[in-house]
Design a protein around this ligand. Structure first.
Ligand SMILES: [Zn+2]
Length: 440
């Protein structure tokens, strides 16, 4: 018997967590946080909050249904906070190791280190694509996936003839710039071995697609940065701090333009230094990173006097209060926006009311101070409809469970499934806390 029990991430974007059961053995996939639920409370420091408090504000999954079960493993697909952000809050309740790729594990360890309530005590096990772990008669296999953060994996759980594939966040990127391209032949092989159930992420399945490659994002960025390279004027660029491939493109293009790239912001320094430590990326020696308040102030004061020499790569892509870009726009830092300065947002706005209003406010301030603003210089990390269809054709699961998305997105995935020939008994629209049992 296989049971799929989603605990977060269905009918919403964020706090992904799913428990999968083969007979009496359970595996947990991901333990994420829902950032917009946390953002609603200004200055909220979650490191001191209990898991009960965070469950009550819908910030982390409510895992009570699986707590007393025979959980054999906690498996993390990648290092985005909506997949790992609740590990520090929930994992301590389980006597099971945590599996993830080296980059994911390093990020989780940092989160756990910051945790001020009950720290998880279990073992962290680093795995790589191609690895297979056996826990009794349960097999866990990892396959390379391309996404917007390094070392993302698809996770396959198999017992006997039955297998469950977890494919929450991915795109089929033939030119990801960092790490190998998507391996379609491997996915086809996985499909031929037999996939009983696939959980497939739905965040962009309502857009036609296919999603462009990261190489396309780089050429968009190149074109925009060239246009924005105005003599003597400031050039600021921002993207997700965990998007190492994009940050590397920003660095390379800065040198092409004859400017020195500088990374400013605590989270940028944290993610990039982890990637450097693991050898996932290399940056020229001239690239400096500033994360402490004093060092950031000192650098920004210097850069304010010679704006044309630098590209300031900084935090603040969603207009987050407290980020470097927001504080520059609020005139809280010794770097002033003046007429003709250029600001590039290499992201799309995450569509929730808090981000939308934060970004609008930030852009309004930047424009009022004379900046020119470039938006959406970006390609998503998620498969759209065409590439999700290709994925489903390659993997050809018997049953399809749409995951990771609002109710509309989950329905769009179900519609795609029907178009590809799946009958109603083989498509399962689930909700958090409601389980699906098959092969009983
Ligand atoms: Zn992700």
């Amino acid at each position: 018997m296989i049971e799929i029990l989603p605990l977060g991430g269905l009918g919403e974007v964020g706090r992904n967590m799913t428990a999968v059961r083969f007979d009496d053995q359970w595996v947990i996939i991901d333990m994420g946080i829902r950032l917009d639920a946390v953002q609603a409370f200004e200055d909220l420091d979650i490191s001191g909050m209990s898991s009960e408090e965070l469950v009550n504000i819908n910030a982390i999954p409510d895992d009570r249904l699986v707590r007393k079960r025979n959980v054999r493993a906690i498996v993390l697909t990648h290092g985005h906070l909506d997949h790992i952000g609740a590990v520090g809050k929930l994992a301590h309740a389980y006597d099971a190791p945590i599996y993830g790729t080296p980059f994911t594990i390093e990020l989780v360890k940092k989160l756990v280190w910051e945790e001020r309530t009950v720290k998880p005590k279990q073992e962290f096990v680093k795995v790589s694509p191609g690895d297979r772990i056996e826990i009794g008669d349960l097999e866990i296999s990892f396959y390379h996936a391309t996404h917007s953060i390094p070392q993302t994996v698809f996770v396959m759980l198999r017992m006997g003839e039955r297998a469950v594939l977890c494919a929450s966040d991915f795109k089929l990127d033939g030119a990801p710039l960092l790490g190998p391209p998507a391996d379609l032949d491997e996915l086809h092989r996985v499909g031929r071995e037999g996939v009983s159930i696939a959980l497939v992420g739905s965040v962009r399945v309502d857009e036609p697609g296919p999603t462009g490659s990261e190489a396309k994002a780089r050429s968009m960025l190149e074109e925009t940065m060239e246009k924005a390279n105005s003599g003597g004027k400031a050039l600021l660029a921002t993207t997700f701090s965990s998007h190492i491939a994009r940050i590397k493109s920003m660095v390379d293009i800065s040198f092409q333009l004859g400017r020195v790239p500088v990374l400013v912001g605590r989270s940028l320094r944290s993610y990039v230094s982890t990637a450097l430590k693991l050898g996932l990326v290399s940056l020229p020696e001239e690239v400096s990173m500033y994360g402490s308040p004093e060092s950031m102030r000192k650098f920004l004061k210097k850069a304010n006097g010679s704006k044309g020499d630098y590209v300031v790569i900084c935090t603040g892509h969603q207009g987050e209060p407290g980020s470097i870009l927001s504080r520059i726009a609020d005139r809280q830092l010794p770097f002033r926006i003046s007429s003709g300065d250029q600001v590039i947002f290499s992201v799309s706005v995450i569509p929730n009311p808090i981000n939308q209003s934060n970004r609008e406010l930030l852009e309004t301030k930047l424009l009022a101070q004379g900046a020119r603003v470039y938006r959406d210089v970006h390609v998503s990390g998620h498969a759209a409809r065409a590439d999700t269809a290709e994925f489903l054709r390659l993997v050809s699961p018997e049953h399809l469970v749409p995951c990771h998305g609002t109710p509309e997105k989950l329905k769009a995935m179900a519609a795609l499934g029907r178009e590809l020939g799946y009958g109603r008994p083989n498509i399962h629209l689930l909700e958090n806390g409601s389980s699906l049992r098959l092969f009983t």
